[in-house]
Unconditional design. Structure first.
Length: 320
């Protein structure tokens, strides 16, 4: 009994746990930088870390459990470190966090993939992707093994999520040249089947056009970045593509936690909420004292006024 009380007294609060987690991650980042890791220019690692911790605090798994309550501390550190070493920023929607069992995983978003491509190749000016619907006029040419979109015209009446024919992504370089990748809907579905959700997630059902664009974008960037001289970013994008194919389109649920009790994983120290001070019992309203009755003031006595007709007045002109 005494040992349990001692453990309870020594258990850190959630704020202390997060502070220790952040301190440890920054220390690991400093060590990697000392070993040669170079972060992207103008990348505010500390701000990105704070934003990531805020996102993770709100992230839940598919059963509604808080990520910090079910994920191991090592997996949380690893996910945040991966974000930092790749130079991604949650404030710019470049990445998101997903819970798989007791493991927290970081995934680059659509914008994160574009950011990494530009970091890998400074010659890239822009990257975009589009969906081709049944009825669209779409043509591309193949030059030196690369696809170049020559025409895509679309009528607004063609936009029908049940009639998507395919999707393409294009990289535009600063010198004006372009490089594209096209995937038919069958190719896209074959890619989805390799994922954990088999293409049946809410994201696939509610926004198939966005998932199509993301899938073809990944293929384009993977093929393009393979020619990059930046080995670190090349490896990063390759790892992203492999893991994203296995967990395609799993959408995190970000809900602000309302419970104040956290059952921490075995790998992490138990965290108990800070004890609330007992609220004082509401004071009973005191009976108001009855107002004192005002006693009537005595009327002042009236002094008798002199009879001015009988009073002799001094003669002020006589000089007496």
């Amino acid at each position: 009994m005494a040992e349990k009380e001692l453990q309870k007294a020594q258990a850190p609060t959630m704020a202390q746990y997060i502070e220790g987690l952040s301190t440890g991650i920054l220390a690991d980042l400093n060590t990697k930088q000392a070993q040669g890791l170079v972060l992207p220019k103008n990348y505010a690692a500390r701000n990105a870390l704070l934003a990531a911790i805020f996102k993770i605090k709100e992230t839940k798994d598919k059963d509604g459990n808080l990520a910090l309550a079910v994920c191991s501390e090592d997996s949380v550190k690893q996910a945040v470190m991966e974000m930092l070493t790749k130079g991604l920023d949650p404030n710019k929607t470049q990445c998101y966090f997903i819970v798989y069992g007791n493991k927290l995983t970081m995934f680059p978003s659509y914008f994160g993939l574009i950011h990494l491509a530009k970091e890998a190749d400074p010659n890239i000016a822009d990257v975009f992707s589009e969906v081709v619907y049944d009825g669209d006029t779409f043509r591309y040419q193949i030059r030196n093994g690369y696809k170049i979109v020559s025409e895509h015209s679309q009528d607004i009446d063609n936009i029908n999520l049940d009639k998507i024919k395919g999707a393409y992504a294009t990289i535009v370089y600063h010198n004006g040249t372009e490089r594209s990748e096209y995937m038919s809907m069958q190719q896209i579905r074959n890619s989805w089947v390799r994922g954990a959700t088999k293409g049946n997630s809410d994201a696939h059902k509610l926004a198939p056009e966005e998932m199509c664009k993301r899938t073809v974008l990944k293929r384009l960037l993977k093929n393009t970045v393979n020619t990059s001289n930046d080995e670190q970013l090349l490896n990063s994008l390759s790892e992203i593509d492999d893991e994203a194919e296995q967990n395609e389109a799993t959408v995190p649920i970000d809900i602000t936690p309302t419970e104040e009790h956290y059952d921490m994983p075995k790998q992490a120290k138990a965290i108990e909420p800070e004890a609330k001070k007992p609220e004082p019992a509401p004071e009973q309203p005191k009976a108001k004292p009855e107002p004192k009755k005002k006693e009537p003031k005595p009327e002042p006595e009236q002094t008798a006024q002199p009879d001015w007709a009988q009073v002799e007045l001094p003669d002020i002109l006589s000089g007496e």
